[in-house]
Design a protein around this ligand. Sequence first.
Ligand code: ZN
Ligand code: ZN
Ligand code: ZN
Length: 272
Amino acid sequence: MKITFLGTGTSQGVPIIGCKCRVCDSLNPKDKRLRTSVMIELTATPSLKGEDKGRNSPLGVGGKRFVIDTGPDFRQQMLREKVDSIDAVLYTHDHRDHVAGLDDIRALNFIMKKSVNLYASEQTQQGIRSQFGYIWGNRDYPGLPEINFHTIENKRFSIEGVAFTPILVKHMHMDVFGFRIGNFTYITDANSIPEEEKKKIIGSEVLVLNALRKETHPSHFTLDEAIAQINELKPKKAYLIHMSHQIGLHEEVEENLPENIRLAYDGLHLHL
Ligand SMILES: [Zn+2]
Ligand SMILES: [Zn+2]
Ligand SMILES: [Zn+2]
């Protein structure tokens, strides 16, 4: 399994338009954060003769590629990672910074010559339908994204043979889905994890968790709160995402973190 951090920034991204703080002015590429999203690729076992005629992609025959959320930077992220196919998109919730790039699914429709499967809760689908009303409105509108929604609930489901365990976390009053795939758990936009959901995370090799900044926030974990959750859940390694410019410079923050907790950055790849 290969994980690619497509974006690791909070809703405004980093740098923020017009901001002249030292983080937004930093020349370190790790301080440049597109809106939060991740890509999960499962490479199939290569065929015996090394032939890969079934699919013109580095995944190999039977490989799968999933993306969690399509934020406003989705197009740029797909271009940067040279993506030409996706098996499914999974949505965590319908906040704009996680869905705004949905229209750019069209490029994948054209190249794959088929619709793209989207997996989301009923509540998230309703939010997306109201934000992107034209997709379900006049079908004469040229160039609509071709998508199929699949409803997920808080129980295990599989997509093309790959098992996903949803983890229902709280984003102030809002329900947000995290996902566990094998030993990899991904949680964004949470400020609390119910006790019964924590059981699903235990045993993860890698936990990705949101940490907005050092000061308190009504709907996101702070850096200290995220560290406390990680210490309780005890993954081998944890990566923080959805960071604001207020968190500080990447290098300075990392210096003060325990060895098993790192700040994720855009373009970081993990192999599990
Ligand atoms: Zn967000
Ligand atoms: Zn700034
Ligand atoms: Zn949110």
